[in-house]
Design a protein around this ligand. Structure first.
Ligand code: PEP
Length: 241
């Protein structure tokens, strides 16, 4: 269960309080929980929750260092985060390309972290019947550049039209894409399909989560809005467990 807090909360005290409430609330729940706070709160959140909860970053710059104003490298994140989201549609929408996402995934892996590779089609692409072509292209660009022994990935299927819209995919549609993505992983490297995790993301709430968690190829969820309320996210983690 991955919480993508995006550019929330405003204050460090609120970020730490939310993280501690989640950490306390998920004790005994059989689900791996990862919080992805804004970069500026990463250190405080990681220090507050210790090893009880996984920590993820929301993005990374693939360059090792240098003149990249405002950016954060994988070297800087190493030791602080275990996961890094790459290719979130909000960043693709701001100009990040498949090639950049692939380089991000490589740098994340090279520093011992696990990339959470977000893929998903827009509403127009879906209407045109291009969903699988789009997600295969997005995932394929990443798989093509990772070393053969790169280890498991997390792939998050997030239809762009479902993110923050209040209109999630149906469980059956999400499962169909997740199964196809697992097939892609399987054809890339033996074992990768079994070891990697496939998440669904897009307007997941406590009310609709069961639709997704009951699906064979959906191992969890990437949650935005509903992760900002501790009780809701804890309920989601419980449902996933
Ligand atoms: C997301 O941004 O990754 C996301 C899934 O957002 P939401 O849950 O708010 O749709």
């Amino acid at each position: 269960m991955v919480a993508n807090w995006k550019m929330n909360p405003d204050r460090q005290t609120d970020a730490v309080a939310l993280a501690l409430a989640v950490a306390d609330g998920v004790v005994g729940i059989d689900a791996e929980v990862v919080l992805c706070p804004p970069t500026i709160w990463l250190l405080a959140v990681a220090a507050a929750v210790g090893p009880r909860i996984g920590i993820g970053a929301q993005t990374v710059n693939p360059a090792p260092r240098g003149a990249f104003t405002g950016e954060t490298s994988a070297t800087m994140l190493e030791g602080l985060a275990a996961y890094v989201i790459v290719g979130h549609s909000e960043r693709r929408g701001a100009g990040e390309t498949d090639g950049l996402v692939a380089r991000q995934a490589v740098s994340v892996r090279a520093h011992g972290m696990v990339p959470i590779v977000a893929v998903g089609e827009t509403a127009d692409e879906r209407t045109a019947g291009h969903t699988l072509a789009v997600v295969f292209r997005q995932l394929g660009t990443v798989l093509d550049v990772l070393a053969a022994d790169h280890g498991p990935l997390v792939v998050a299927y997030e239809p762009v039209w479902a993110i923050g819209s209040g209109t999630p995919a149906t469980g059956a549609d999400a499962q169909a894409v997740a199964a196809a993505l697992r097939g892609e992983l399987r054809s890339h490297a033996r074992g990768l399909a079994d070891d990697s995790r496939i998440l669904y993301g897009g307007s997941v709430t406590a009310a609709n989560a069961h639709e997704f968690f009951g699906q064979l190829d959906i191992d969890g969820a990437l949650v935005g809005g509903a992760s900002l309320e501790a009780e809701t996210f804890i309920a989601l983690a419980r449902a996933a467990g």
